[in-house]
Design a protein around this ligand. Structure first.
Ligand code: SRM
Ligand code: SF4
Length: 555
Protein backbone atom coordinates (compact mmCIF):
# COMPACT_ATOMS: atom_id res chain seq x y z
CA UNK A 1 0.00 0.00 0.00
CA UNK A 2 1.19 3.53 -0.68
CA UNK A 3 2.35 5.84 2.11
CA UNK A 4 -0.22 7.85 4.01
CA UNK A 5 -1.98 10.33 1.73
CA UNK A 6 -3.44 13.81 2.13
CA UNK A 7 -7.16 13.82 1.43
CA UNK A 8 -8.43 16.01 -1.42
CA UNK A 9 -11.91 17.60 -1.48
CA UNK A 10 -13.11 15.02 -4.00
CA UNK A 11 -11.87 12.16 -1.85
CA UNK A 12 -13.59 13.63 1.19
CA UNK A 13 -16.88 13.96 -0.66
CA UNK A 14 -16.68 10.30 -1.73
CA UNK A 15 -15.81 9.17 1.79
CA UNK A 16 -18.75 11.00 3.30
CA UNK A 17 -21.17 10.10 0.52
CA UNK A 18 -22.92 7.15 2.23
CA UNK A 19 -22.60 5.00 -0.85
CA UNK A 20 -23.03 7.87 -3.35
CA UNK A 21 -26.23 9.10 -1.68
CA UNK A 22 -24.90 12.30 -0.15
CA UNK A 23 -27.75 14.76 0.27
CA UNK A 24 -29.02 14.22 -3.27
CA UNK A 25 -32.60 13.67 -2.16
CA UNK A 26 -32.61 16.99 -0.28
CA UNK A 27 -30.85 18.80 -3.13
CA UNK A 28 -33.45 17.57 -5.60
CA UNK A 29 -36.33 18.70 -3.39
CA UNK A 30 -34.93 22.21 -2.89
CA UNK A 31 -37.19 24.40 -5.03
CA UNK A 32 -35.26 27.62 -4.33
CA UNK A 33 -32.59 26.81 -6.87
CA UNK A 34 -32.14 24.88 -10.09
CA UNK A 35 -28.77 23.79 -8.83
CA UNK A 36 -27.62 21.03 -6.45
CA UNK A 37 -25.60 21.38 -3.27
CA UNK A 38 -21.89 21.47 -3.99
CA UNK A 39 -20.94 17.99 -2.85
CA UNK A 40 -23.99 16.53 -4.64
CA UNK A 41 -22.78 18.06 -7.91
CA UNK A 42 -19.80 15.72 -7.60
CA UNK A 43 -21.76 12.68 -6.47
CA UNK A 44 -24.40 12.96 -9.16
CA UNK A 45 -21.71 12.21 -11.76
CA UNK A 46 -21.49 8.65 -10.44
CA UNK A 47 -25.18 8.40 -11.39
CA UNK A 48 -24.30 9.40 -14.98
CA UNK A 49 -25.49 12.99 -14.61
CA UNK A 50 -23.68 16.35 -14.85
CA UNK A 51 -24.90 19.69 -13.62
CA UNK A 52 -24.26 22.33 -16.29
CA UNK A 53 -25.51 25.74 -17.29
CA UNK A 54 -26.18 27.36 -20.63
CA UNK A 55 -23.01 29.37 -21.19
CA UNK A 56 -24.58 31.29 -24.08
CA UNK A 57 -27.01 32.80 -21.60
CA UNK A 58 -24.59 33.61 -18.79
CA UNK A 59 -24.02 37.26 -19.67
CA UNK A 60 -27.68 38.02 -20.27
CA UNK A 61 -28.70 36.39 -16.97
CA UNK A 62 -25.93 38.10 -15.06
CA UNK A 63 -27.09 41.44 -16.40
CA UNK A 64 -30.61 40.68 -15.19
CA UNK A 65 -29.12 39.58 -11.83
CA UNK A 66 -30.49 36.10 -12.37
CA UNK A 67 -28.92 32.84 -11.26
CA UNK A 68 -27.26 30.81 -14.03
CA UNK A 69 -29.62 28.80 -16.23
CA UNK A 70 -28.89 25.41 -14.66
CA UNK A 71 -29.63 22.26 -16.58
CA UNK A 72 -28.38 18.67 -16.43
CA UNK A 73 -26.90 16.24 -18.91
CA UNK A 74 -27.61 12.52 -18.63
CA UNK A 75 -25.19 10.04 -20.21
CA UNK A 76 -26.44 6.50 -20.71
CA UNK A 77 -24.47 3.35 -19.97
CA UNK A 78 -24.57 1.25 -23.12
CA UNK A 79 -21.73 -1.31 -23.07
CA UNK A 80 -20.77 -2.12 -26.65
CA UNK A 81 -23.02 0.72 -27.85
CA UNK A 82 -26.08 -1.18 -29.06
CA UNK A 83 -29.77 -0.70 -28.25
CA UNK A 84 -32.97 -2.01 -29.75
CA UNK A 85 -35.41 0.03 -31.82
CA UNK A 86 -37.81 0.45 -28.89
CA UNK A 87 -34.98 1.80 -26.73
CA UNK A 88 -33.99 4.18 -29.50
CA UNK A 89 -37.54 5.39 -30.01
CA UNK A 90 -37.90 5.99 -26.29
CA UNK A 91 -34.54 7.77 -26.02
CA UNK A 92 -35.43 10.18 -28.80
CA UNK A 93 -38.82 10.82 -27.23
CA UNK A 94 -37.27 11.42 -23.80
CA UNK A 95 -34.81 13.90 -25.31
CA UNK A 96 -37.83 15.77 -26.72
CA UNK A 97 -39.98 15.56 -23.59
CA UNK A 98 -37.34 16.54 -21.05
CA UNK A 99 -34.20 17.77 -22.84
CA UNK A 100 -33.24 19.89 -25.81
CA UNK A 101 -34.71 17.35 -28.22
CA UNK A 102 -31.31 16.35 -29.54
CA UNK A 103 -29.60 13.04 -28.84
CA UNK A 104 -25.82 13.21 -28.97
CA UNK A 105 -23.78 10.12 -29.88
CA UNK A 106 -20.60 10.36 -27.84
CA UNK A 107 -17.04 9.34 -28.63
CA UNK A 108 -17.57 6.36 -26.30
CA UNK A 109 -20.50 4.95 -28.26
CA UNK A 110 -23.31 6.02 -25.99
CA UNK A 111 -26.02 8.68 -25.93
CA UNK A 112 -26.29 11.93 -24.01
CA UNK A 113 -29.35 14.08 -23.41
CA UNK A 114 -28.69 17.73 -22.54
CA UNK A 115 -30.82 20.52 -21.10
CA UNK A 116 -32.85 18.68 -18.46
CA UNK A 117 -34.02 20.86 -15.56
CA UNK A 118 -33.68 19.60 -12.02
CA UNK A 119 -37.35 18.78 -11.50
CA UNK A 120 -37.33 16.64 -14.64
CA UNK A 121 -34.35 14.51 -13.68
CA UNK A 122 -36.36 11.84 -11.90
CA UNK A 123 -39.03 11.49 -14.61
CA UNK A 124 -36.25 11.25 -17.20
CA UNK A 125 -34.39 8.47 -15.40
CA UNK A 126 -37.66 6.67 -14.73
CA UNK A 127 -38.58 6.83 -18.40
CA UNK A 128 -35.23 5.38 -19.41
CA UNK A 129 -35.62 2.68 -16.78
CA UNK A 130 -38.96 1.62 -18.28
CA UNK A 131 -36.99 0.36 -21.29
CA UNK A 132 -34.17 -0.98 -19.09
CA UNK A 133 -31.71 1.80 -19.89
CA UNK A 134 -29.68 3.32 -17.09
CA UNK A 135 -26.91 5.83 -16.56
CA UNK A 136 -25.21 4.15 -13.58
CA UNK A 137 -21.45 4.79 -13.58
CA UNK A 138 -21.52 6.53 -16.97
CA UNK A 139 -19.41 9.21 -15.22
CA UNK A 140 -17.53 9.49 -11.91
CA UNK A 141 -14.44 7.81 -10.45
CA UNK A 142 -15.45 4.34 -11.58
CA UNK A 143 -15.23 2.25 -14.71
CA UNK A 144 -17.15 4.07 -17.48
CA UNK A 145 -19.00 2.79 -20.55
CA UNK A 146 -17.08 -0.22 -21.93
CA UNK A 147 -16.65 0.24 -25.67
CA UNK A 148 -16.16 -2.44 -28.33
CA UNK A 149 -15.68 -2.69 -32.10
CA UNK A 150 -19.04 -1.59 -33.38
CA UNK A 151 -19.79 -3.16 -36.75
CA UNK A 152 -21.10 -6.75 -36.66
CA UNK A 153 -19.94 -7.19 -40.27
CA UNK A 154 -16.35 -6.57 -39.22
CA UNK A 155 -15.85 -9.95 -37.56
CA UNK A 156 -17.43 -13.31 -36.87
CA UNK A 157 -16.54 -12.66 -33.21
CA UNK A 158 -18.51 -9.48 -32.88
CA UNK A 159 -21.22 -10.97 -30.65
CA UNK A 160 -18.66 -12.51 -28.30
CA UNK A 161 -16.80 -9.22 -27.94
CA UNK A 162 -20.02 -7.38 -27.19
CA UNK A 163 -20.92 -9.92 -24.54
CA UNK A 164 -17.53 -9.37 -22.97
CA UNK A 165 -18.16 -5.61 -22.90
CA UNK A 166 -21.39 -6.32 -21.00
CA UNK A 167 -19.66 -8.69 -18.59
CA UNK A 168 -16.89 -6.21 -17.81
CA UNK A 169 -19.42 -3.43 -17.31
CA UNK A 170 -21.35 -5.62 -14.86
CA UNK A 171 -18.25 -6.85 -13.04
CA UNK A 172 -17.07 -3.28 -12.41
CA UNK A 173 -20.41 -1.67 -11.49
CA UNK A 174 -20.53 -0.05 -8.05
CA UNK A 175 -22.54 -2.13 -5.57
CA UNK A 176 -24.47 0.77 -4.01
CA UNK A 177 -28.26 0.78 -4.45
CA UNK A 178 -28.29 4.59 -4.31
CA UNK A 179 -29.34 4.96 -7.96
CA UNK A 180 -32.41 2.77 -7.47
CA UNK A 181 -33.42 4.50 -4.24
CA UNK A 182 -32.95 8.08 -5.39
CA UNK A 183 -34.19 7.96 -8.96
CA UNK A 184 -36.53 4.99 -9.01
CA UNK A 185 -38.00 5.27 -5.50
CA UNK A 186 -36.96 1.76 -4.61
CA UNK A 187 -36.91 0.79 -0.97
CA UNK A 188 -33.94 1.97 1.06
CA UNK A 189 -32.17 -1.16 2.20
CA UNK A 190 -29.06 0.26 3.83
CA UNK A 191 -28.59 3.45 5.79
CA UNK A 192 -24.88 3.51 5.19
CA UNK A 193 -22.95 2.34 2.16
CA UNK A 194 -23.14 -1.29 1.07
CA UNK A 195 -20.06 -3.52 1.01
CA UNK A 196 -18.19 -2.96 -2.22
CA UNK A 197 -15.11 -5.17 -2.43
CA UNK A 198 -13.77 -3.37 -5.51
CA UNK A 199 -14.57 0.28 -4.94
CA UNK A 200 -14.73 0.16 -1.12
CA UNK A 201 -15.50 3.60 0.41
CA UNK A 202 -13.37 5.79 -1.82
CA UNK A 203 -14.02 4.42 -5.28
CA UNK A 204 -11.17 4.95 -7.77
CA UNK A 205 -8.82 7.94 -7.68
CA UNK A 206 -10.20 8.99 -11.06
CA UNK A 207 -12.32 7.93 -14.06
CA UNK A 208 -11.46 4.59 -15.69
CA UNK A 209 -12.03 3.51 -19.30
CA UNK A 210 -11.93 0.15 -21.08
CA UNK A 211 -12.12 -0.71 -24.78
CA UNK A 212 -12.16 -3.96 -26.74
CA UNK A 213 -10.93 -4.08 -30.34
CA UNK A 214 -11.01 -6.81 -32.96
CA UNK A 215 -8.04 -6.33 -35.32
CA UNK A 216 -7.71 -5.13 -38.00
CA UNK A 217 -10.35 -2.65 -36.71
CA UNK A 218 -9.32 -0.04 -34.18
CA UNK A 219 -12.54 1.98 -34.39
CA UNK A 220 -12.55 2.19 -30.57
CA UNK A 221 -9.13 3.89 -30.38
CA UNK A 222 -8.03 1.14 -28.04
CA UNK A 223 -4.75 2.87 -27.05
CA UNK A 224 -6.62 5.88 -25.61
CA UNK A 225 -8.03 3.73 -22.79
CA UNK A 226 -6.91 2.84 -19.28
CA UNK A 227 -7.28 -0.79 -20.38
CA UNK A 228 -7.42 -1.96 -23.98
CA UNK A 229 -8.19 -5.55 -24.89
CA UNK A 230 -7.13 -6.61 -28.36
CA UNK A 231 -8.78 -9.85 -29.44
CA UNK A 232 -6.51 -12.71 -30.54
CA UNK A 233 -7.96 -15.25 -32.93
CA UNK A 234 -6.70 -18.74 -33.67
CA UNK A 235 -8.35 -21.35 -35.88
CA UNK A 236 -11.50 -19.23 -36.18
CA UNK A 237 -11.92 -18.75 -32.41
CA UNK A 238 -11.03 -16.01 -29.95
CA UNK A 239 -8.47 -17.57 -27.63
CA UNK A 240 -7.61 -14.50 -25.56
CA UNK A 241 -6.56 -10.88 -25.57
CA UNK A 242 -3.45 -8.75 -25.75
CA UNK A 243 -3.82 -6.38 -22.82
CA UNK A 244 -2.62 -2.78 -23.07
CA UNK A 245 -2.90 -0.30 -20.19
CA UNK A 246 -2.30 3.30 -19.26
CA UNK A 247 -3.84 5.17 -22.18
CA UNK A 248 -5.36 8.57 -21.48
CA UNK A 249 -5.44 11.90 -23.25
CA UNK A 250 -6.40 14.68 -20.86
CA UNK A 251 -3.86 17.44 -20.33
CA UNK A 252 -3.95 20.92 -18.80
CA UNK A 253 -2.53 23.91 -20.68
CA UNK A 254 0.57 25.13 -18.85
CA UNK A 255 0.84 22.11 -16.52
CA UNK A 256 3.96 20.32 -17.73
CA UNK A 257 3.29 17.35 -15.49
CA UNK A 258 0.23 16.39 -17.54
CA UNK A 259 0.49 14.63 -20.89
CA UNK A 260 -1.45 12.45 -23.31
CA UNK A 261 -0.27 8.86 -23.32
CA UNK A 262 -1.05 5.82 -25.42
CA UNK A 263 -1.54 2.53 -23.62
CA UNK A 264 1.46 0.22 -23.20
CA UNK A 265 1.49 -3.52 -23.87
CA UNK A 266 1.35 -5.64 -20.70
CA UNK A 267 1.08 -9.00 -22.47
CA UNK A 268 -1.40 -11.67 -23.41
CA UNK A 269 -4.17 -13.10 -21.22
CA UNK A 270 -6.20 -16.15 -22.18
CA UNK A 271 -9.96 -15.85 -22.53
CA UNK A 272 -10.45 -17.71 -19.23
CA UNK A 273 -8.22 -15.30 -17.29
CA UNK A 274 -8.85 -11.96 -18.93
CA UNK A 275 -11.51 -10.78 -16.46
CA UNK A 276 -9.18 -11.49 -13.54
CA UNK A 277 -6.48 -9.33 -15.14
CA UNK A 278 -8.96 -6.54 -15.84
CA UNK A 279 -10.25 -6.62 -12.27
CA UNK A 280 -6.78 -6.53 -10.72
CA UNK A 281 -5.54 -3.73 -12.98
CA UNK A 282 -8.47 -1.74 -11.63
CA UNK A 283 -7.77 -2.77 -8.02
CA UNK A 284 -4.08 -1.85 -8.42
CA UNK A 285 -5.06 1.59 -9.68
CA UNK A 286 -7.47 1.88 -6.73
CA UNK A 287 -4.65 1.21 -4.26
CA UNK A 288 -1.71 2.95 -5.96
CA UNK A 289 -3.36 5.82 -7.86
CA UNK A 290 -2.69 9.40 -6.78
CA UNK A 291 -5.49 10.66 -4.51
CA UNK A 292 -3.98 14.06 -3.77
CA UNK A 293 -3.82 15.66 -7.21
CA UNK A 294 -6.66 14.80 -9.56
CA UNK A 295 -4.66 16.14 -12.50
CA UNK A 296 -2.18 13.30 -11.95
CA UNK A 297 -4.45 10.52 -10.83
CA UNK A 298 -5.27 8.55 -14.00
CA UNK A 299 -3.75 5.10 -14.44
CA UNK A 300 -1.22 6.46 -16.97
CA UNK A 301 0.49 8.45 -14.22
CA UNK A 302 0.33 5.51 -11.79
CA UNK A 303 2.10 3.27 -14.31
CA UNK A 304 4.75 5.88 -15.10
CA UNK A 305 5.30 6.61 -11.41
CA UNK A 306 5.55 2.95 -10.37
CA UNK A 307 7.42 1.89 -13.51
CA UNK A 308 5.86 -0.51 -16.00
CA UNK A 309 7.70 -3.54 -14.58
CA UNK A 310 6.57 -2.89 -11.00
CA UNK A 311 3.02 -2.18 -12.07
CA UNK A 312 2.84 -5.35 -14.11
CA UNK A 313 4.37 -7.40 -11.29
CA UNK A 314 1.78 -6.04 -8.83
CA UNK A 315 -1.09 -6.99 -11.16
CA UNK A 316 0.37 -10.46 -11.75
CA UNK A 317 0.81 -10.96 -8.00
CA UNK A 318 -2.85 -10.10 -7.42
CA UNK A 319 -4.05 -12.38 -10.22
CA UNK A 320 -1.65 -15.16 -9.24
CA UNK A 321 -0.57 -15.58 -12.86
CA UNK A 322 1.92 -13.90 -15.20
CA UNK A 323 0.95 -12.22 -18.46
CA UNK A 324 2.05 -14.35 -21.40
CA UNK A 325 4.03 -12.88 -24.28
CA UNK A 326 2.14 -10.54 -26.58
CA UNK A 327 0.68 -12.22 -29.70
CA UNK A 328 1.07 -10.55 -33.06
CA UNK A 329 -1.71 -8.44 -34.57
CA UNK A 330 -2.17 -5.60 -37.05
CA UNK A 331 -4.54 -2.67 -37.01
CA UNK A 332 -5.50 -1.14 -40.35
CA UNK A 333 -8.00 1.57 -39.65
CA UNK A 334 -10.01 3.51 -37.11
CA UNK A 335 -12.61 4.74 -39.58
CA UNK A 336 -16.15 3.46 -39.74
CA UNK A 337 -16.98 1.61 -42.92
CA UNK A 338 -19.94 3.57 -44.29
CA UNK A 339 -22.89 2.17 -46.21
CA UNK A 340 -24.17 -1.40 -46.43
CA UNK A 341 -22.27 -4.50 -45.35
CA UNK A 342 -23.44 -8.08 -44.81
CA UNK A 343 -22.12 -10.26 -42.00
CA UNK A 344 -21.32 -13.98 -41.98
CA UNK A 345 -24.82 -14.81 -40.74
CA UNK A 346 -26.44 -12.97 -43.64
CA UNK A 347 -27.68 -9.93 -41.64
CA UNK A 348 -27.29 -6.48 -43.19
CA UNK A 349 -25.81 -3.40 -41.51
CA UNK A 350 -25.87 0.21 -42.72
CA UNK A 351 -23.33 2.64 -41.22
CA UNK A 352 -24.70 6.17 -41.34
CA UNK A 353 -22.53 9.26 -41.04
CA UNK A 354 -23.80 11.54 -38.26
CA UNK A 355 -21.73 14.70 -38.12
CA UNK A 356 -20.26 15.00 -34.61
CA UNK A 357 -22.87 12.56 -33.35
CA UNK A 358 -25.65 15.14 -33.32
CA UNK A 359 -28.93 13.51 -34.25
CA UNK A 360 -30.71 16.49 -35.79
CA UNK A 361 -32.70 17.36 -38.89
CA UNK A 362 -30.82 19.81 -41.10
CA UNK A 363 -31.82 21.37 -44.42
CA UNK A 364 -29.76 18.72 -46.23
CA UNK A 365 -30.47 15.61 -44.17
CA UNK A 366 -33.43 14.71 -41.95
CA UNK A 367 -31.46 12.22 -39.84
CA UNK A 368 -33.62 12.54 -36.73
CA UNK A 369 -36.87 11.97 -38.61
CA UNK A 370 -35.39 9.08 -40.57
CA UNK A 371 -33.98 7.32 -37.52
CA UNK A 372 -37.33 7.55 -35.75
CA UNK A 373 -39.08 6.11 -38.79
CA UNK A 374 -36.57 3.26 -38.91
CA UNK A 375 -36.98 2.64 -35.18
CA UNK A 376 -40.74 2.40 -35.64
CA UNK A 377 -40.34 -0.41 -38.19
CA UNK A 378 -38.70 -2.42 -35.36
CA UNK A 379 -36.50 -4.03 -38.02
CA UNK A 380 -33.08 -2.64 -37.04
CA UNK A 381 -30.80 -2.52 -34.00
CA UNK A 382 -29.08 0.82 -33.33
CA UNK A 383 -25.32 0.57 -32.76
CA UNK A 384 -23.33 3.68 -31.90
CA UNK A 385 -19.68 3.94 -32.86
CA UNK A 386 -16.75 5.61 -31.12
CA UNK A 387 -16.53 7.83 -34.21
CA UNK A 388 -19.95 9.25 -33.25
CA UNK A 389 -21.86 7.49 -36.05
CA UNK A 390 -24.75 5.01 -36.00
CA UNK A 391 -25.03 1.56 -37.56
CA UNK A 392 -28.55 0.38 -38.41
CA UNK A 393 -27.87 -3.25 -37.91
CA UNK A 394 -29.00 -6.85 -37.73
CA UNK A 395 -31.42 -6.32 -40.61
CA UNK A 396 -32.84 -9.48 -42.12
CA UNK A 397 -32.41 -9.83 -45.91
CA UNK A 398 -36.21 -9.67 -46.28
CA UNK A 399 -36.27 -6.25 -44.53
CA UNK A 400 -33.39 -4.72 -46.46
CA UNK A 401 -35.64 -3.00 -49.02
CA UNK A 402 -37.84 -1.51 -46.32
CA UNK A 403 -34.89 0.16 -44.56
CA UNK A 404 -33.26 1.15 -47.86
CA UNK A 405 -36.52 2.85 -48.92
CA UNK A 406 -36.50 5.00 -45.77
CA UNK A 407 -32.85 5.87 -46.28
CA UNK A 408 -33.60 6.83 -49.90
CA UNK A 409 -36.65 8.86 -48.90
CA UNK A 410 -34.41 11.06 -46.74
CA UNK A 411 -31.42 10.92 -49.16
CA UNK A 412 -29.37 9.17 -46.50
CA UNK A 413 -28.46 6.23 -48.73
CA UNK A 414 -26.01 8.53 -50.52
CA UNK A 415 -24.81 10.62 -47.57
CA UNK A 416 -21.44 8.84 -47.47
CA UNK A 417 -20.86 9.50 -51.17
CA UNK A 418 -21.81 13.14 -50.82
CA UNK A 419 -19.56 13.72 -47.83
CA UNK A 420 -15.83 14.41 -48.20
CA UNK A 421 -13.35 11.88 -46.84
CA UNK A 422 -11.94 14.38 -44.35
CA UNK A 423 -15.42 15.13 -42.97
CA UNK A 424 -16.15 11.42 -42.65
CA UNK A 425 -12.97 11.16 -40.58
CA UNK A 426 -13.75 14.18 -38.42
CA UNK A 427 -14.93 14.46 -34.83
CA UNK A 428 -15.56 17.29 -32.42
CA UNK A 429 -16.45 17.29 -28.75
CA UNK A 430 -19.53 19.01 -27.31
CA UNK A 431 -17.72 22.10 -25.96
CA UNK A 432 -19.92 25.24 -25.96
CA UNK A 433 -22.54 25.92 -24.85
CA UNK A 434 -22.91 23.21 -22.21
CA UNK A 435 -19.41 22.08 -21.32
CA UNK A 436 -18.15 24.08 -18.34
CA UNK A 437 -14.53 23.41 -19.29
CA UNK A 438 -14.68 24.63 -22.90
CA UNK A 439 -12.29 27.43 -23.88
CA UNK A 440 -13.31 27.35 -27.54
CA UNK A 441 -16.01 25.91 -29.80
CA UNK A 442 -16.15 22.22 -30.76
CA UNK A 443 -19.12 20.57 -32.47
CA UNK A 444 -20.83 23.87 -33.39
CA UNK A 445 -17.79 25.13 -35.26
CA UNK A 446 -16.05 22.13 -36.85
CA UNK A 447 -18.63 21.72 -39.68
CA UNK A 448 -18.13 25.36 -40.69
CA UNK A 449 -14.37 25.07 -40.47
CA UNK A 450 -14.52 21.95 -42.64
CA UNK A 451 -16.43 23.84 -45.34
CA UNK A 452 -13.38 26.09 -45.63
CA UNK A 453 -10.87 23.27 -45.30
CA UNK A 454 -12.61 21.31 -48.06
CA UNK A 455 -12.25 24.29 -50.39
CA UNK A 456 -8.60 24.56 -49.46
CA UNK A 457 -8.01 20.86 -50.07
CA UNK A 458 -9.70 21.21 -53.44
CA UNK A 459 -7.42 24.11 -54.30
CA UNK A 460 -4.36 22.09 -53.21
CA UNK A 461 -5.62 19.04 -55.15
CA UNK A 462 -5.72 16.78 -52.09
CA UNK A 463 -9.46 16.71 -51.58
CA UNK A 464 -9.78 12.91 -51.87
CA UNK A 465 -7.37 12.29 -49.00
CA UNK A 466 -8.90 10.55 -45.97
CA UNK A 467 -7.24 12.54 -43.20
CA UNK A 468 -8.39 12.21 -39.59
CA UNK A 469 -9.19 15.62 -38.08
CA UNK A 470 -10.48 16.15 -34.57
CA UNK A 471 -11.33 19.29 -32.64
CA UNK A 472 -11.86 19.91 -28.95
CA UNK A 473 -12.76 23.03 -27.05
CA UNK A 474 -10.06 22.41 -24.43
CA UNK A 475 -7.06 20.16 -23.76
CA UNK A 476 -9.08 17.42 -22.02
CA UNK A 477 -9.21 15.56 -25.31
CA UNK A 478 -12.81 14.31 -25.44
CA UNK A 479 -12.74 13.83 -29.24
CA UNK A 480 -9.26 12.27 -28.95
CA UNK A 481 -7.54 15.09 -30.89
CA UNK A 482 -4.06 13.92 -29.84
CA UNK A 483 -4.60 10.79 -31.89
CA UNK A 484 -5.68 12.62 -35.07
CA UNK A 485 -3.53 13.40 -38.08
CA UNK A 486 -4.75 16.99 -37.64
CA UNK A 487 -5.66 17.83 -34.07
CA UNK A 488 -7.16 21.19 -33.07
CA UNK A 489 -7.15 21.81 -29.34
CA UNK A 490 -8.93 24.91 -28.04
CA UNK A 491 -6.89 27.49 -26.16
CA UNK A 492 -9.21 30.51 -26.15
CA UNK A 493 -12.34 31.54 -28.00
CA UNK A 494 -11.56 31.17 -31.74
CA UNK A 495 -8.04 29.85 -31.09
CA UNK A 496 -6.54 26.37 -31.24
CA UNK A 497 -3.23 24.58 -30.93
CA UNK A 498 -2.49 22.73 -34.15
CA UNK A 499 -1.22 19.16 -33.66
CA UNK A 500 0.12 17.04 -36.50
CA UNK A 501 1.56 13.61 -37.12
CA UNK A 502 -0.57 10.84 -35.60
CA UNK A 503 -0.89 7.70 -37.71
CA UNK A 504 -4.07 6.47 -39.38
CA UNK A 505 -4.28 3.30 -37.25
CA UNK A 506 -4.24 5.00 -33.84
CA UNK A 507 -0.89 3.75 -32.50
CA UNK A 508 1.01 7.04 -32.50
CA UNK A 509 0.22 10.34 -30.79
CA UNK A 510 0.53 13.58 -32.73
CA UNK A 511 2.66 16.50 -31.54
CA UNK A 512 1.97 20.19 -31.12
CA UNK A 513 3.10 22.01 -34.27
CA UNK A 514 1.85 25.56 -33.72
CA UNK A 515 0.21 27.27 -30.77
CA UNK A 516 -2.87 29.39 -30.40
CA UNK A 517 -3.81 29.91 -34.06
CA UNK A 518 -6.99 31.51 -35.31
CA UNK A 519 -8.91 30.17 -38.30
CA UNK A 520 -7.00 32.19 -40.91
CA UNK A 521 -3.66 31.07 -39.49
CA UNK A 522 -4.67 27.42 -39.34
CA UNK A 523 -5.78 27.49 -42.97
CA UNK A 524 -2.62 29.29 -44.04
CA UNK A 525 -0.35 26.79 -42.26
CA UNK A 526 -2.27 23.82 -43.65
CA UNK A 527 -2.20 25.29 -47.15
CA UNK A 528 1.59 25.14 -47.15
CA UNK A 529 1.64 21.56 -45.87
CA UNK A 530 -1.11 20.33 -48.23
CA UNK A 531 0.77 21.82 -51.20
CA UNK A 532 3.90 19.96 -50.20
CA UNK A 533 1.90 16.81 -49.47
CA UNK A 534 0.48 16.86 -52.98
CA UNK A 535 3.86 17.06 -54.67
CA UNK A 536 6.12 15.14 -52.26
CA UNK A 537 4.10 12.37 -50.69
CA UNK A 538 5.08 8.76 -51.31
CA UNK A 539 2.49 6.50 -52.92
CA UNK A 540 -0.11 5.52 -50.32
CA UNK A 541 1.62 7.60 -47.63
CA UNK A 542 -0.86 8.98 -45.11
CA UNK A 543 -0.90 12.63 -44.09
CA UNK A 544 0.24 11.90 -40.53
CA UNK A 545 3.16 9.78 -41.70
CA UNK A 546 4.11 12.47 -44.21
CA UNK A 547 4.15 15.15 -41.49
CA UNK A 548 6.56 13.00 -39.48
CA UNK A 549 8.79 12.04 -42.43
CA UNK A 550 9.08 15.69 -43.43
CA UNK A 551 9.84 16.56 -39.80
CA UNK A 552 7.06 19.07 -39.30
CA UNK A 553 6.86 17.21 -36.00
CA UNK A 554 8.79 14.38 -34.39
CA UNK A 555 7.18 10.95 -34.02
FE1 SRM B 1 -14.81 13.96 -21.81
C1 SRM B 1 -14.79 15.93 -19.07
C2 SRM B 1 -17.73 15.27 -22.79
C3 SRM B 1 -15.10 11.48 -24.07
C4 SRM B 1 -11.47 13.27 -21.44
N1 SRM B 1 -16.08 15.33 -21.02
C5 SRM B 1 -15.91 16.00 -19.85
C6 SRM B 1 -17.16 16.78 -19.49
C7 SRM B 1 -18.02 15.90 -18.65
C8 SRM B 1 -16.93 18.14 -18.82
C9 SRM B 1 -17.00 18.16 -17.31
O1 SRM B 1 -16.15 17.52 -16.65
O2 SRM B 1 -17.87 18.83 -16.78
C10 SRM B 1 -17.77 16.97 -20.91
C11 SRM B 1 -19.27 17.16 -20.97
C12 SRM B 1 -19.64 18.06 -22.12
C13 SRM B 1 -21.09 18.08 -22.41
O3 SRM B 1 -21.70 19.15 -22.27
O4 SRM B 1 -21.64 17.06 -22.81
C14 SRM B 1 -17.20 15.77 -21.63
N2 SRM B 1 -16.22 13.41 -23.10
C15 SRM B 1 -17.32 14.14 -23.43
C16 SRM B 1 -18.02 13.55 -24.64
C17 SRM B 1 -19.53 13.70 -24.58
C18 SRM B 1 -17.44 14.19 -25.90
C19 SRM B 1 -18.23 13.99 -27.16
O5 SRM B 1 -18.50 15.02 -27.79
O6 SRM B 1 -18.55 12.86 -27.52
C20 SRM B 1 -17.51 12.10 -24.55
C21 SRM B 1 -18.38 11.22 -23.69
C22 SRM B 1 -17.85 9.82 -23.65
C23 SRM B 1 -18.75 8.86 -22.93
O7 SRM B 1 -19.77 8.50 -23.48
O8 SRM B 1 -18.38 8.43 -21.82
C24 SRM B 1 -16.18 12.31 -23.86
N3 SRM B 1 -13.54 12.55 -22.56
C25 SRM B 1 -13.82 11.70 -23.58
C26 SRM B 1 -12.63 11.11 -24.08
C27 SRM B 1 -12.50 10.15 -25.26
C28 SRM B 1 -12.55 8.71 -24.88
O9 SRM B 1 -12.75 8.36 -23.71
O10 SRM B 1 -12.37 7.90 -25.77
C29 SRM B 1 -11.57 11.64 -23.34
C30 SRM B 1 -10.07 11.39 -23.56
C31 SRM B 1 -9.62 10.05 -23.08
C32 SRM B 1 -9.30 10.11 -21.63
O11 SRM B 1 -10.18 9.87 -20.81
O12 SRM B 1 -8.15 10.42 -21.30
C33 SRM B 1 -12.17 12.54 -22.38
N4 SRM B 1 -13.40 14.46 -20.45
C34 SRM B 1 -12.07 14.12 -20.51
C35 SRM B 1 -11.36 14.79 -19.45
C36 SRM B 1 -9.84 14.69 -19.16
C37 SRM B 1 -9.56 13.51 -18.30
C38 SRM B 1 -8.13 13.48 -17.85
O13 SRM B 1 -7.61 12.39 -17.62
O14 SRM B 1 -7.52 14.54 -17.67
C39 SRM B 1 -12.32 15.58 -18.77
C40 SRM B 1 -12.07 16.50 -17.55
C41 SRM B 1 -11.97 15.75 -16.27
O15 SRM B 1 -12.22 14.54 -16.17
O16 SRM B 1 -11.61 16.41 -15.30
C42 SRM B 1 -13.58 15.34 -19.43
FE1 SF4 C 1 -15.52 19.97 -22.78
FE2 SF4 C 1 -12.93 20.02 -23.18
FE3 SF4 C 1 -14.23 17.71 -23.27
FE4 SF4 C 1 -14.55 19.42 -25.19
S1 SF4 C 1 -12.64 18.43 -24.66
S2 SF4 C 1 -16.22 18.35 -24.12
S3 SF4 C 1 -14.42 21.36 -24.16
S4 SF4 C 1 -14.00 18.97 -21.48
Amino acid sequence: MPEEIKESAAEKAKRLSKGLRGSLVESLLDEHTGSLREQDQLLIKFHGIYQQDDRDRRAEREEKKLDKHYTFMIRLRIPGGSIGPVHYERSQKIAGDYGTGTLKITTRQTLQVHGIIKSNLKPTIKSFNEVFLDSIAACGDVNRNVVATANPASSTHHTEINQLAGEISKLLLPKTRAYYEIWLDQEKIAEKSEEDPLYKELYLPRKFKIAIAIPPWNDVDVYANDIGLIAVEEAGKIIGYNVVAGGGLGTTHGNEKTYPRIATMLGYASKENVLKFVYEIVSTQRDFGNREDRKLSRLKYTIDRMGLGNFKAEVEKRVGLPFENEKSFTFQTRSDSFGWAQDHKGFWHFTLFVENGLIVDSDSYKIKTALMEIALTRRAIFRFTCNQNVILSDILPKDLNLIQAILEKYKLDKIQENTSNIRKNSMACVALSTCPLALAEGQRYLPLFLDKLENLMDECQVKEEAITIRMTGCPNGCARPYMAEIGLVGTAYGHYNLHLGADFQGKRLNQKFKENLDEANILEVLKGIFTQFKSEKNPSETFGDFCVRKEFVKA
